[in-house]
Write a protein that binds this ligand. Structure first.
Ligand code: EPS
Length: 358
């Protein structure tokens, strides 16, 4: 499975091509709506106030409601670009932003918003991920679910997965929603931004997906999640927590009833174990701030940068569906690769049933 996206934040449209998708998957434009709404800007006061409908047009690869096996092309037209906010910083580098590295690489400046480096691009990742989620659920019963597990210093007190879709923060403890609202309101008024952490779990992943050396499942997941805008860290299983662990505590005991723990995050030797797959993703605080800072312009002169416009005080808030999409796309790719090489082999005994205690 290959996915590529195209388009700029302030161009006429953004889109993606999903190639290698099996035929026969039922897909309609309305299937994309739920996840695109979860990711969209302007739906709550805690995110960017750019208002996009994010309506998907299916241009190819689907006939009479099902995928044909040919490349699937999806398009979303941009309707709420406001490039004037960027006119005054058109030749300035926003510290912490990709402006500078795009300039060093290409020598060309596209001053229309973040252009290609804008998080607007993640819309198409979510759209592509909808197809993968559907295929994984229909064919394998795999569910991919994420939530926000930290904003700044705030962490959930309790954990209730059913709470996640019922608040604007994808937060697993509804008792903290007021605290988060107050925190975000104060942050927004201050003009600053903050980082966040998103956790994703995929359940019912069968054992055997992933390549043992090149193309390890954890390697592919890390690369896919790290390719999301603003991501600075990815953990699988206990992640950096393993540094302080003893082997006797880390190894997941195997019993006929199931694995007794899941420190590994559902992957051993780059291959899925059948346990829930656990990933955690760190998002940096948004770099586009209205707080002034000295920077440089494209001529090397010192310039004071103030970024106005419609920005997210915490990009992590909208990132849960993006992380889910990337995990789903990697899993679908690995499932197809596994089927291509091993066919139905992979269901060997003993098969350990998931995790004890979920
Ligand atoms: C973004 C800047 C803002 C955000 C945008 C990401 O847009 P604009 O260029 O219009 O100021 O609204 O996010 C989206 C439009 C989106 O759909 O996610 C940036 O610089 O990354």
């Amino acid at each position: 499975l290959t996915v590529t996206t195209f388009g700029e934040s302030h161009g006429p449209a953004i889109g993606c091509v999903v190639d290698g998708c099996p035929p026969g998957i039922a897909i309609a434009p309305e299937d994309f709506r739920h996840d695109l709404e979860r990711r969209a800007t302007g739906r709550t006061r805690h995110t960017s106030q750019r208002h996009e409908a994010d309506e998907v047009e299916i241009l190819s690869g689907v006939y009479e409601g099902v995928t044909t096996g040919t490349p699937i092309a999806l398009l979303i037209r941009n309707t709420d670009q406001r490039s004037k906010d960027y006119a005054k910083i058109a030749d300035q580098f926003r510290p912490g932003h990709a402006d500078y590295t795009y300039w060093q690489k290409y020598g060309i400046r596209d001053p229309r918003g973040g252009g290609r480096s804008s998080a607007r691009e993640t819309t198409m990742r979510v759209a592509a991920g909808v197809i993968a989620k559907k295929w994984l659920a229909d064919r394998h019963g795999v569910q991919v679910q994420g939530w926000l597990s930290q904003i700044g210093e705030i962490v959930p007190h309790g954990f209730d997965l059913s709470a996640v879709e019922n608040n604007p923060f994808f937060w697993p403890d509804t008792r903290q929603v007021t605290e988060l609202e107050l925190y975000m309101d104060a942050l927004r008024k201050s003009g600053d931004s903050v980082g966040a952490r998103v956790d994703v779990v995929a359940t019912n992943v069968p054992p055997g997906w992933g390549e043992p050396i090149y193309g390890k499942l954890d390697g592919e997941l890390a690369a896919a999640l790290m390719s999301i805008n603003a991501v600075k860290g990815v953990e699988i299983g206990d992640g950096f927590g393993v540094v302080a662990q003893k082997g006797s505590a880390h190894r997941d005991q195997m019993t006929p009833q199931g694995f007794a723990s899941n420190h590994a995050g559902g992957i051993l030797g780059g291959i899925s174990t059948g346990q829930p797959l656990r990933c955690s993703v760190a998002f940096k605080p948004t770099s586009s701030l209205r707080l002034p800072i000295d920077s440089l312009d494209t001529h090397g002169n010192v310039a004071e940068v103030v970024t106005t416009g419609r920005h997210d005080p915490c990009v992590g808030i909208r990132a849960t569906p993006i992380c889910e999409a990337m995990v789903a796309l990697v899993l679908m790719d690995q499932a197809l690769r596994h089927r291509a090489q091993c066919g139905d082999v992979g269901e060997v005994t003993p098969r350990i049933p998931g995790n004890l205690g979920g």
